[in-house]
Design a binder for this molecule. Structure first.
Ligand code: ADP
Ligand code: MG
Length: 405
């Protein structure tokens, strides 16, 4: 097996990864190493490799040339492995402690060799279990501010920004978001998936022309506003946590888009967990868990806003970008977009393809249906009120009211 000599793309196996890493000098002797594939293999392989002679481990993530979508294959460019790796490297320039370290890559094989984060858990799973992470909001607020600001025109100037943006043209993955977030959930598309008991609610939504118009506007923004380099898929399944640390993984959807999209994705997923916890948590824990989640929503935004304002003042390339008026203008725009995109993200997780375990895993049918209806209603409110809600406390006040018995 001489993987390197062939130098054409092939999906790796647990054996050929070891051959590759041995040839590359990452491991001394493949017979002294273990390899296990841990991804779900729908889009990518994730191999965890341990060198038993040094007890060190690394991760090799490899893109597959297709996505398995409900049994069918959806072709996807391998170039997304490069995009994911370069997005991790861009983030590492500003928030190295919040992303896995990239050790190496190979674009022919569409792989990234990176830090093993096996000591971390996926945030979605941790939140479903009712865990609280004290630094989460601080970390994600900071991640958002640094990554979004440093890729903006205000930070880079238009020439450098365009040079960076051309590295992140990501048509295949954007196509997935455009369809699954902004298009399919709003008509009777084949990709949708929801229970029969939800049919009436869904039909009502499809007949809500005012809502469809607002979503069309948000889709247009997603298509055309290249404000900043986005992660592109910043849900709670793309965040790894320990009790005190946070790592953002999996930016294969990265591209230059509207800055509010990432914040919207993250806050929508906290919102979905909040709604789910009303059904999942025991009465004794509910209040504390709910309070934690609402505070996390408010604090993530507060940290983001404060840091974004500081960055504008300290690092903007033009003097006029440093004024308070300009910061107010930019922050307000990102805020309103965050609400709108959060609304779309919330609705798609109930009606569209790819749901969230937080809600789908609620065992009791009636409880799950209540959560699903609340999520759709919240999505509508986020979209419709994006110009009225002035701050995250309007959002959290709405959620508190929503779940009043
Ligand atoms: P995909 O894009 O295919 O969803 P992810 O990057 O989200 O791939 O990884 C899938 C899973 O593989 C994660 O949920 C996590 O369990 C595991 N994983 C990914 N990256 C790492 C890493 N650096 N260290 C340890 N496990 C990882
Ligand atoms: Mg992914």
């Amino acid at each position: 097996m001489t993987v390197l000599q062939e130098k054409t793309y092939q999906p790796f196996t647990e054996e050929s990864v070891l051959v590759y890493l041995e040839q590359k000098g990452f491991i001394k002797d493949r017979k002294e190493a273990d390899c296990k594939e841990v991804g779900d293999g729908n889009l990518n392989y994730v191999f965890i490799v341990r060198d038993n002679t040094t007890d060190r481990s690394i991760v090799v993530k490899q893109a597959l040339p297709y996505a398995k979508v409900v049994g069918e294959s959806w072709p996807l460019s391998l170039d997304r492995a490069r995009i994911e790796r370069q997005a991790l490297q861009e983030a590492a320039k500003h928030v190295p402690h919040l992303v896995p370290e990239v050790y190496d890559y190979d674009d022919t094989f569409a792989i990234t060799v990176m830090e093993d984060l096996s000591d971390y858990v996926i945030l979605r799973k941790g939140l479903i279990e009712g865990n609280r992470y004290v630094n989460l909001a601080e970390h994600i607020g900071r991640y958002l501010a640094e990554t979004l600001f440093h890729s903006s025109d205000e930070a880079l100037g238009p020439v450098e920004k365009k040079k960076l943006a051309r590295q992140f043209v990501n048509p295949d993955l954007c196509d997935i978001t455009e369809k699954l977030v902004f298009t399919d959930p709003y008509f009777n598309a084949e990709s949708n998936s929801y229970a029969e008991t939800l049919e009436e609610t869904v039909n009502e939504l499809w007949q809500d022309d005012a809502l469809l118009f607002e979503v069309a506007k948000l889709k247009k923004q997603f298509l055309t506003e290249g404000e900043a380099l986005l992660h592109g898929d910043l849900h709670t399944g793309s965040v790894f946590v320990t009790s005190g640390e946070t790592k953002v993984i999996d930016p294969e959807f990265a591209f230059f888009g509207p800055a509010g999209f990432d914040a919207g994705a993250f806050l929508a997923n906290l919102t979905l967990n909040f709604i789910a916890q009303q059904e999942r948590s025991s009465e004794g824990d509910r209040q504390e868990i709910s309070a934690y989640l609402l505070e996390a929503i408010e604090q993530t935004w507060a940290v983001f806003e404060q840091r974004y304002r500081e960055l504008l003042k300290e690092h903007a390339v033009e003097e006029r970008y440093k004024s308070d008026e300009y910061a107010d203008y930019i922050v307000k725009k990102i805020w309103q977009d965050t609400l709108g995109f959060a609304g779309c993200k919330t609705i798609r997780r109930i009606i569209g393809l790819a749901h969230v375990e937080d809600i789908d895993g609620i065992e009791d049918d009636e409880s799950r249906l209540r959560a699903q209806k609340r999520a759709i209603e919240t999505g509508r409110h986020l979209i419709f009120n994006r110009q009225q809600w002035q701050s995250p406390s309007d959002w959290t006040a709405y959620l508190k009211e929503l779940v009043q018995p």
